[in-house]
Design a protein around this ligand. Sequence first.
Ligand code: LMR
Length: 330
Amino acid sequence: MLTFTRVLLCAVLLAMAGLVQAADPITIKFAHVVADNTPKGQGALLFKKLAEERLAGKVRVEVYPNSSLFGDGKEMEALLLGDVQMLAPSLAKFEQYNKKIQIYDLPFLFDNLEAVDHFQAGKGKELLLAMQDKNILGLAYWHNGLKQLSANKKMVEPKDARGLKFRVQASSVLEEQFKALRANPRKMSFAEVYQGLQTGVVNGTENTWSNYESQKVNEVQPFFTESNHGLIDYMVITNASFWKGLTPEVRDELEKIVAEVTLEVNRQAEALNQSARQKIIDSRTSQVVTLTREQREKWRETMKPVWKTFESEIGTDLINAAQASNQQAQ
Ligand code: LMR
């Protein structure tokens, strides 16, 4: 009897092994809200390329750019429900999941992307794991770049922004930033920005050159002010249960690919933004206002009080570490 049972058990295990071997590839849906010709858009496509090459037959990646599968306000819920497996939202969109990530929205905090690199490799790294209690796992940070202002009027000094309606991401810090300018912030999804500016629902906004150019925002914004007043960066995230459910072989390889893609995205980001800036200038649709050191200092002085408002939520330790990263980047 024992022999028969063992034979039967072996047969069942072999059959299961066969099934697993012949199992369909795992499908990873990677959704985001920007165009392909942006740092994040290129990163998602490179992730797909490498994952399907190195895990051929085991993993399929479907990339959904431009809010084509899920947009702002829907993408995080979709991740938690398992309707999408990877996202890379702007760091301004995590407020309801962890207040400390608001640090990345503080105006004039980071001098440049090198400083951001230092912070993300140091104290900022802990924030990747800060949402696991909500089943959200941070895999990496990807750069976009520093933000510029845009409006339907020329803005050289903070007073020029008074009374204007500015589109902001879903971020309390960014709302307060524009209130500090005595302007009127309006939370709006990224997909609605062009039409919002075209119809006058909002008069201005803030974003990186690559997001402005790839969404043709310069067609509906006659003025840009090169303020470099804040940051748009991303956290590449996955559903923690999904990621832990992968086989160690697949998970390890995907993590190596994420690390490789991160280096490439961060290497390319600045060049992509400078190229987008030049395209906007060459298009002659808009005037790009550059600021003198003194003029830029006035914007910093007007916006910086926002730090105090959020210091208790973010933590002095993180703010000090971020400021120290500017010294490291010099
Ligand atoms: C925005 O909403 O302006 C940005 O988060 C878009 C993006 O993901 O770069």
